[in-house]
Design a protein around this ligand. Structure first.
Ligand SMILES: C[S@@+](CC[C@H](N)C(=O)[O-])C[C@H]1O[C@@H](n2cnc3c(N)ncnc32)[C@H](O)[C@@H]1O
Length: 424
């Protein structure tokens, strides 16, 4: 276990100190561990994600347990991981402590006694320590203070439930490829493979327990994809029909592009600024036996790639803070700064304005983010509408709706949708 703890502590350090993306750091770490078993790999993922999910609380606990700052900062990350295990995992407590001592010894022989003392002190006074950690909002909710303040200001009493929803393990939701099978048929196929799931949206099945994709029957043959139910609203709201010309302007990795193509035989142009990520669109479409014209380009500079032919439908799934999907990406809570939000909003408005020129008369543009901050959502759309007399907002109906703002819950992540039509 100590190798896993040590690797997790190094991953946490790279995210928190170097500001690196958790997925990338974890992938790099796993690629160096070819001999590790699937169970060890899964454990490393759990320790890395879990520690970052509850980092606010674990950091507050360590603050209460440490009487002076650690001389070797690497030990702080080992302690964070061990506290996560003691608080949230089923691992035997004595084993967690013993292995943390070994992990620390491998880094710095002088501090192993201190690690032992701190963790045993935590176990002796766990309830008191947890109460102390919860005295401040960051320790109670495990989000930065600015984020908690922002949600409280915007959502009032509902903010606590939103913060807690973001700390849950995300459900695994499937999107059934309607070109290949019905949702009912695929549910029956899952059941025959001893996998249980329930229908939560017309194309969406939520698995009772997440499984690796290679355990999903027909995954590699394109029967099904993995996609949050909230993301599956996009294709439906866009109301696509056979023969339409559709632009997906921020397409990678292609989840929504593929869903649109599964629902109608449209002429699709899929653009993304990141050519490497665009490759993932190609792979996804190939697996699903779908096709689109793929363009590496900037949605804010369409003159560089647009052929002048207007689009009937445009999906603008713009870059955003991703504050609605933190249960899938807990590192986001610690990597974002409050000052980033205004930057995202400016970029979003710029993309929205640029894309509007590409929309046909009577055509529809769906603006979407996976954020819960009004600044990137309602306020961008309001600023756009205030200056665009040929745009009107169409009413949309969503479950758990709050004017297009889906709040994260046990069925879906947090998303925002605004449907705009070009009028004369
Ligand atoms: C939220 S993700 C899109 C997710 C995708 N629609 C899906 O459902 O799989 C946002 C994407 O926008 C891309 N992006 C960021 N800035 C862009 C820009 N100026 N023009 C085009 N794409 C951009 C990013 O590379 C990223 O792939």
């Amino acid at each position: 276990m100590h190798n896993i703890q040590l690797a997790a502590s190094q991953i946490i350090q790279q995210v928190l100190v170097d500001g690196r993306n958790l997925n990338q750091v974890l992938d790099e770490s796993l690629s160096r561990k070819a001999v590790w078993t699937p169970a060890q790999r899964a454990a490393l993922q759990d320790l890395s994600y879990g520690t970052l999910r509850f980092y606010g609380q674990l950091d507050a606990l360590l603050g209460a347990l440490l009487h002076k700052p650690l001389s070797d900062r690497r030990i702080y990350y080992v302690l964070l991981v061990a506290l996560y295990q003691l608080q949230y995992s089923k691992a035997a407590q004595h084993a967690v402590v013993d292995h943390a001592v070994r992990s620390a010894q491998m880094l710095n022989a002088k501090v192993s006694g201190l690690v032992n003392a701190i963790l045993r002190n935590f176990l002796r006074s766990q309830d008191v320590m947890l109460e102390r950690a919860a005295q401040h909002a960051t320790g109670r909710y495990s989000y930065p203070q600015w984020w908690i303040d922002e949600l409280q200001a915007q959502y009032g009493e509902r903010s606590a439930a939103m913060l807690e929803a973001g700390n849950q393990h995300p459900p695994m939701t499937l999107r059934v490829n309607q070109r290949r099978n019905t949702t009912a048929d695929y549910l029956a196929l899952l059941n025959r493979h001893n996998l249980s799931a329930r229908l939560i949206e017309p194309d969406a099945l939520q698995l009772d327990k997440p499984v690796p994709v290679d355990k999903l029957p027909g995954f590699f043959d394109g029967l099904v994809s993995v996609q949050d139910a909230g993301a599956q609203y996009a294709a439906r709201l866009l109301d696509v029909h056979d023969g339409m010309r559709v632009l997906d302007a921020c397409a990678a990795p292609g989840g929504k592009t593929a869903h649109i193509l599964e629902r109608a035989a449209v002429d699709m142009v899929a653009v993304d600024k990141d050519a490497k990520r665009l490759q993932r669109v190609a792979e996804n479409l190939q697996r699903l036996d779908l096709s689109a014209q793929l363009v590496a380009g900037d949605a804010a500079e369409p003159q560089e790639w647009w052929d002048g032919e207007p689009f009937d439908r445009i999906l603008a799934d713009v870059p955003c803070s991703a504050s609605g999907v933190v249960r899938r990406h807990p590192d986001i809570k610690w990597l974002r700064r409050s000052s980033d939000i205004a930057g995202f909003a400016a970029q979003q408005l710029q993309i929205l304005r640029a894309l509007w020129r590409l929309l046909a008369q009577d055509g529809r543009l769906l603006y979407t983010t996976c954020s819960v901050f009004h600044q990137e959502n309602e306020q961008v759309v309001a600023a756009f509408l205030a200056q665009q007399p040929d745009a009107r907002r169409l009413p949309i109906s969503l479950a758990n709706d709050n004017e297009g703002q889906l709040l994260p819950n046990d069925q879906h992540d947090g998303f925002f949708y605004a449907l705009l039509q070009k009028i004369a």
